[in-house]
Design a protein around this ligand. Structure first.
Ligand SMILES: NC(=O)c1ccc[n+]([C@@H]2O[C@H](COP(=O)([O-])OP(=O)(O)OC[C@H]3O[C@@H](n4cnc5c(N)ncnc54)[C@H](O)[C@@H]3O)[C@@H](O)[C@H]2O)c1
Ligand SMILES: [Zn+2]
Ligand SMILES: [Zn+2]
Length: 399
């Protein structure tokens, strides 16, 4: 049996590459399965969602093998896998989904009812998501493979675009879902809060969907500069000029048609003073202010039910001071939750293969080795405008 190595969470601020078990054809409850495959991981990305855990802002347990953004090659398959072959290159949606339950049948694969005994929704290497082993590793198990996996059609062409295709496991579908659920279409004016990889993926998706103008907001100057270099308008929320006035400065009116929250519960306040501290409801409240009446707000940014590091007792339970009355008065629609990746990944793969979207450049993909993962985590946490992609078998350099 082969060895395996993976990125392990060791407590607040600490991850390490360690020897881990080679995957077995069994679920986290120890039941043998025949519907799974074992992948040799070709690429696996570090995500802002991982950072919430590594910053100690969740109840993630020490010893968790991280990694939910996985692309790989099938090297072993269970007896019941019918539509996939050894050697296939596949993109793995970060959601673990069974394909059999009501949620899956209705395309809500982010809240599959069977893969996590504790609550709806499963994912690899993530707190509260069913204990599926993470894929920031050399090898990983994917269950319900026929249902979950997206086969990349042409291996050579796929390897040429692997820096882009690696974004199909999460951030591109997530940004796209944010834009779609915000109602973006031809001619829309769009505001995206957050210039991290998800915000930039939402901005690129809005452009793909035909938005007239896309404004990206953040407090991080390097990320704003990068967003600008990719052709987006930007607003700097560390400035004292309020968001709606900055939007008016760009659009001639203080509201947009569509808004996306790509920040989540670790949001900082606005303005010189506000930005010095965390204010978890800021983005939600500001989006209600700047979204036009009857507009939609897409919320891929993560909100939690328990946050040990929250600013106050209510926020420790995920209860935030949201001015819901304003959203009600403006007839806003809100869409939250884990992205149902599978709903979008095939179309977005085609958009990549036919050069309709240059997602790797937009999010600043930087390829690193597995051993460099701890450095990737700390650099990403420092706010560099990059998306770190781990290449555990040095497949990229060989391509
Ligand atoms: N719904 C899903 O399925 C899903 C999938 C992937 C990621 N996510 C979540 O999306 C969010 C973004 O992910 P990421 O990888 O881009 O993370 P990230 O941490 O790299 O980016 C977040 C950005 O928000 C900025 N920010 C902080 N306060 C702000 C404010 N008030 N206004 C505007 N910007 C502000 C930060 O400076 C940072 O650049 C995270 O919460 C992540 O967990 C959700
Ligand atoms: Zn992710
Ligand atoms: Zn299901």
């Amino acid at each position: 049996m082969s060895d395996n190595r993976g990125v392990v969470y060791l407590g607040t601020g600490k991850v390490e590459v360690q020897k881990i078990d080679y995957p077995k054809m069994q679920d986290p409850r120890g039941n043998k399965i025949e519907h799974g495959v074992i992948l040799k991981v070709v690429s696996t990305n570090i995500c802002g969602s991982d950072q919430h855990m590594v910053r100690g802002r969740t109840t993630a347990q020490v010893g968790l093998v991280l990694g939910h953004e996985i692309t790989g090659e099938i090297i072993e398959k269970g007896r019941d896998v019918e539509r996939l072959a050894i050697g296939d290159l596949v993109s793995v949606p970060f959601n673990v989904a069974c394909g059999r339950c009501r949620s899956c049948k209705e395309q809500h694969t982010g809240v599959c009812l069977t893969v996590n005994p504790a609550r709806a929704g499963g994912a690899y290497g993530y707190v509260d998501m069913g204990d599926w082993t993470g894929g920031q590793a050399e090898y990983v198990l994917v269950p319900y493979a026929d249902f979950n996996l997206l086969k990349l059609p042409d291996r050579d062409k796929a390897m040429e675009k692997i820096r882009d295709l690696t974004c199909l496991s999460d951030i591109l579908p997530t940004g796209y879902h944010g834009a779609v659920t915000a109602g973006v279409g031809p001619g829309s004016t769009v505001y995206v809060a957050g210039a991290g990889p998800v915000g930039l993926a939402a901005a690129a998706s809005a452009r793909l969907l035909g938005a007239a103008v896309v404004i990206v907001g953040d407090l991080n100057p390097a990320r704003l500069q990068h967003a600008k270099s990719q052709g987006f308008e930007v607003v700097d929320l560390s400035q004292d000029t309020p968001l709606h006035e900055q939007i008016a400065g760009l659009l001639g009116e203080p509201e947009v048609d569509c808004a996306v929250d790509a920040v989540g519960f670790e949001a900082r306040g606005h303005g010189h003073t506000g930005s010095q501290s965390e204010a978890p409801a800021t983005v939600l409240n500001s989006l209600m202010q700047v979204t036009r009446v009857a507009g939609k707000i897409g919320i891929p940014g993560l909100y939690v039910t328990e946050d040990p590091g929250a600013v106050d007792a209510a926020a420790k339970q995920g209860a935030l001071s949201v001015r819901f009355g304003l959203g009600w008065a403006k007839s806003h629609s809100f869409h939250t939750g884990q992205t149902p990746t599978m709903k979008y990944n095939r179309q977005l793969m085609q958009a990549i293969m036919w050069d309709r979207i240059n997602i790797a450049d937009v999010v600043g993909v930087q390829v690193i080795s597995l051993d460099e993962a701890p450095r990737g985590y700390s650099e990403f946490d420092s706010g560099v405008p990059k998306k770190f992609v781990i290449d555990p078998h040095k497949t990229f350099s060989a391509a």
